[in-house]
Design a protein. Structure first.
Length: 136
């Protein structure tokens, strides 16, 4: 069995930044850039995904991470009383409307898995904290 005498090449962060900048040029293809730098295009794709040994952070990637979605606190007005129902309307229907107006309903679906959660509006802050943990 023959052993490949070539050692794995290590590329500096500056070189990776130069290659990635060339990839960001308008009309540039990753394969053509990799060929021009005598690299395998799969390696350049890995660098673009941030899987290089020393991922390069640019000002653009920093700006994107700073503007990541954040939770925003909302102040909700107190729930309004349900409209008065005619005397012929059944009482349970009115009760279910009042309960529905005083609850937070969350539904999560990922593939075939679905989760539905109902949380009281009076504990909205606890719901926000729980949701933050779930979405991590």
């Amino acid at each position: 069995m023959d052993v490949n005498p070539k050692q794995r090449r290590r590329h500096s962060a500056e070189f990776k930044a130069q290659v990635l900048a060339a990839c960001r040029e308008p009309g540039a293809s990753v394969a053509a850039v990799a060929l021009s730098f005598k690299l395998n295009d799969n390696l350049v794709h890995q660098w673009r995904r941030g899987r290089g040994a020393n991922p390069v952070t640019s000002a653009a990637s920093t700006a994107i991470s700073e503007s990541a979605p954040q939770f925003i606190a909302l102040s909700l007005p107190p729930p309004s009383p349900p409209p008065s129902s005619p005397p012929s309307a059944p009482a349970p229907a009115v009760a279910s409307v009042a309960v529905a107006a005083e609850a937070i309903h969350l539904e999560f679906k990922r593939g075939v898995l679905g989760v539905s959660v109902t949380w009281p509006v009076s504990a909205a802050a606890d719901c926000a904290a729980w949701l933050r943990e779930v979405l991590r």
